[in-house]
Design a binder for this molecule. Structure first.
Ligand code: NAD
Length: 297
């Protein structure tokens, strides 16, 4: 079992840290919000007064922070953790951030001989609580071999992938979420068109699931209310995965595309649609509520 410093105990980090405790790891945790630390301490973690204090005696550091600036601030520069930890520390950043910052931290760590991986997740709050997250990892093969047994405490072993070198995890995450946005909008358009012609959206969904339009949104996350039980569309679009986070991820995907000269036209259209939907006050709602925006066009 490992001694782990866990930094960032929000909607995702809190349940991920609890799952690591449940499989027997020793955790010292730090978050800017005291109540977030207390909730994980109630399950057996120690609370540190700073990220540096949490990292002092840790074999592994896991961060789950909002954005690239928080990750850079935590690890880089004179006061950053890279300058403080021993070279045998394994660092796993599970936050969804820009690939450029992930590469920068990965390269700075490699220069010091420290194993760093960007390990963003897919699955959302429900999978974080259930311990069934997917992880897409960027870094060396040796770091991946060290990381996998730790990540298995928070995710499904068959969904832990080595995507490539530092930054590759973030590129994979951006690619996946861009595709998710595009097929959620496409699914919504197909259902809205069928329903406007008098088809039952539940019947049309079954037809498309059995045909070449089959996709994840139809299989497990149907955006049409009351076609499927237990999904956000059947619960007034309570998240789930918020529109705000989809806009964030599409912004990161557009940066990734631009930085390599790929003209991601569908991704940009999805970004415009989700941004317009967000501007109408839907940021905190589930991303499948884009169906309402599609119907209103
Ligand atoms: P959140 O806002 O609920 O939690 C972030 C936590 O980080 C907060 O508790 C905050 O106090 C803490 N924090 C901020 N700066 C810090 C610092 N310098 N040191 C220590 N703690 C600090 O966010 P979340 O929903 O848990 O998401 C975390 C990351 O996971 C984000 O990058 C997000 O894009 C990604 N993500 C979220 C979901 C989701 O469904 N919520 C799904 C996949 C990926």
């Amino acid at each position: 079992m490992a001694t782990i410093a866990f930094l960032g105990l929000g909607n995702m980090g809190g349940p991920m840290a609890k799952n690591l405790l449940a499989v027997g790891h020793l955790l010292t945790v730090f978050d800017l919000v005291e109540a977030a630390c207390a909730a994980v301490a109630a399950e057996g973690a120690s609370i540190a007064a700073s990220a540096a204090e949490a990292a002092e005696s840790a074999d592994v550091i896991i961060s789950m922070l909002p954005a690239g600036k928080h990750v850079a601030g935590t690890f880089l520069g004179e006061g950053g953790l890279l300058a403080k930890v021993s070279t045998d520390t394994l660092i796993l950043d599970a936050s969804t951030i820009d690939a450029a910052t992930a590469r920068q931290v990965g390269e700075a760590a490699a220069e010091l001989g420290i194993d760093f991986m960007d390990t963003p997740v897919s699955g959302g709050v429900a999978a974080a609580a259930a311990g069934t997250l997917a992880f897409m990892c960027g870094g060396s093969a040796a770091a991946f071999d060290r990381a996998k047994p730790i990540l298995e405490g928070m995710g499904s072993s068959e969904k832990i992938f080595h995507a490539g070198p530092a930054g590759a995890g973030q590129v994979a995450k951006a690619a996946n979420n861009m595709l998710l946005a595009v097929h959620m909008i496409g699914t919504s358009e197909a259902l809205a068109m069928g329903e406007a012609h008098g088809l039952d959206p539940a019947v049309l969904s079954e037809i498309m699931k059995a045909s070449s339009g089959n996709n994840w949104s139809l299989q497990v996350y149907n955006p049409w209310p009351d076609v499927m039980e237990g999904v956000p569309s059947s619960n007034n679009y309570q998240p789930g995965f918020m529109v705000d986070l989809m806009v964030k991820d599409l912004g990161l995907a557009c940066e990734v595309a631009e930085s390599c000269g790929v003209d991601n036209q569908m991704g940009k259209k999805a970004m415009a649609a989700y941004s317009a939907h967000q501007a109408e006050g839907n940021g905190p709602r589930d991303f499948s509520s884009i169906l309402e925006w599609v119907k209103a066009q």
